[in-house]
Design a protein around this ligand. Structure first.
Ligand code: IMP
Ligand code: MG
Length: 182
């Protein structure tokens, strides 16, 4: 879908509408609820980008859920991963024995997640799975990152909205779009 919307100063080309995202989250939530039947899911939201998706997903899960939040940085001010992952805010609770589901906004190079998964596995959870709103497989550097649940696979374009930012802007857009610069 290629409509255009004017938001603030930049032009945003809509890639995925709010309705498309909503429908897909319903489907993924149903699948996850089925896969985790009889268990409790410990959702780990990766701040800040994962926050909108985590909330929408959590509301639709029909199994018991607990939540924790973590903030990491793998990017500088630009749009390229630096390869250096830093924990800015760690989890509040231990993971031992828990069925962990990491919730991300987007998997790009995979550097952030390949590092995070290793760190979290050392905390002895019962299981660790990964759920992402968006996947850009063309950009993957860390091929070993296995994504269990993907809402949308997208081409190599820099996207914003639904939690994703460009220089901290546009996280609040209810749809996913591409900033048309210049
Ligand atoms: P990775 O380590 O390269 O996989 O980077 C993952 C992180 O980079 C995501 O959690 C986002 O915060 C950010 N990122 C990657 N691609 C985009 C994009 O297209 N728009 C906004 N943020 C992005
Ligand atoms: Mg992120």
């Amino acid at each position: 879908m290629k409509t255009e919307e004017k938001t603030m100063a930049d032009k945003i080309r809509v890639l995925l509408t709010e309705e498309e995202v909503d429908t897909k989250i319903n489907e993924i939530a149903a699948k996850i609820s089925e896969d985790y039947a009889g268990k409790q899911i410990h959702l780990i939201c990766i701040l800040k980008g994962g926050v909108f998706f985590t909330c929408e997903l959590a509301k639709r899960l029909t199994v018991p859920v607990s939540m924790d939040f973590m903030s990491v940085s793998s990017y500088g001010a630009g749009t390229e991963s630096s390869g250096v992952v830093k924990i800015i805010k760690d989890l509040d609770e231990p993971l031992e024995g828990k069925d962990v589901l990491i919730v991300e906004d987007i998997i790009d190079s995979g550097r952030t997640l390949s590092y995070l998964i290793e760190v979290l596995k050392q905390r002895k959870p019962n299981s660790v799975h990964l759920c992402t709103l968006l996947d850009k497989p063309e950009r993957r550097v860390k091929k070993q990152v296995h994504v269990d649940y993907t809402c949308f696979t997208i081409p190599d374009e820099f996207v914003v909205g639904y939690g994703l930012d460009y220089d901290q802007k546009y996280r609040n857009l209810p749809y996913i779009g591409v900033v048309e610069l210049g």
